[in-house]
Design a protein around this ligand. Sequence first.
Ligand SMILES: [Zn+2]
Length: 492
Amino acid sequence: MPVLDRFLSSAELGRRWGAEEPPLCPAVSLAAWSWELPEIVRVVRLLWKSKGALQGTRPREQLEPEPAPGDGPGDARLRSPTGVLSERRGSYPFIDFRLLNNTTHSGEIGTKRKVKRLLSFQRYFHASRLLRGIIPQASLHLLDEDYLGQARHMLSKVGMWNFDIFLFDRLTNGNSLVTLLCHLFNTHGLIHHFQLDMVKLHRFLVMVQEDYHSQNPYHNAVHAADVTQAMHCYLKEPKLANFLTPLDIMLGLVAAAAHDVDHPGVNQPFLIKTKHHLANLYQNVSVLENHHWRSTVGMLRESRLLAHLPKEMTQDIEQQLGSLILATDINRQNEFLSRLKAHLDNQNLSLEDAGHRHFMLQIALKCADICNPCRIWDLSKLWSERVCEEFYRQGDLERKFELEISPLCNQQKDTIPSIQIGFMTYIAEPLFDEWARFTGDTRLSENMLSHLRKNKAIWRDLHHKQRTQSNDHLNEGTEKKDDQTLKEGGAP
Ligand SMILES: [Zn+2]
């Protein structure tokens, strides 16, 4: 049945058109029906509203709540209580005004004006793009052949460490994640091996890409694409590659692509202190990582990408994805680092063992997630600026709502060089030292460590210059003050 006829015969149209409209008959030719402009406008509006149905997908409001893997409760999608457009219950920052009313220092925060402002903030952040009336962009490439040709050329060098993901994102019209994953699934032979349906794969990847928040300076789909590209490089390391199964590779790539999906742009302590529903749901433990995992499982099930595989296999995939994504929780850094050190000291890693392979996939994903300091300076600097911008935005929110400003989030105190030097020294360097030990100091590992040390030296230089400048500024201020005091004849 042609799309428009199918649409015309839908109950939606019948319900909305009302009794005063001409009777509907699917057999009536549309061409023979002369419509006035207002009617055409109404049909176009209804067509947009029925977009989900026209695309052959189940409308979101009909979806059952996702049963979560394991014993925990699910948070992927909820049935709309109103029966109209349902909202994907995501991770937009949410401030519980009861918390603010209860704070001792709140003073006049409970006034009507404050609460009204808070509610409008809450409404703005909590509303999904759909509820705000923004139609998701189609993932079609609208660029000319030159751009696509250049993107294709870049893909031929996707295994190079100096791959510029920002340029690739521009060349693919903001579709770097979908384009990269389709390419990698193909080159790793995963589509053939798992007999994947290309339409379902594309649908899944578009869902993942769309669920990243493009307004986040750092935790957006380009970061996911960057992590996936790094993961691809690590999966090619001979020490690992010689043992990996197609399932390991698929898990590694999907986990990298979805490891931060629906990230709200604020960290776990912020979600806890503002009593966000996700903090409550996951009882303040790996709140974001649990949400990224459960969201990924929800999208995998909704896309039916793996529906043709045996149930035990899909359950295993969902669990392994969880274990990989949960490993990216930075609070668990020491746990993973000491386990890796112990394995390397005792030389007891045996990658024929599925458990050990899974552990090294976790480590590879952790490395990919924090590999920004190991990129060439131009790319590394851009990532550093973006992540600090996201921290500062959180600090601004905390200041606005009179909450304690989180560490690293105070733009006046925490400079980009100081944040980067600390991150490189205490988090990145120890992990990449051990990774290099595992790979047997390959060219890639040495290259990464060399960039890391060079970048750290540049940040140190900048840090030193900034301190000298601010000291000069302070001294200037003191000298001026002294001059003024002397002129006024007062004591210094
Ligand atoms: Zn990440």
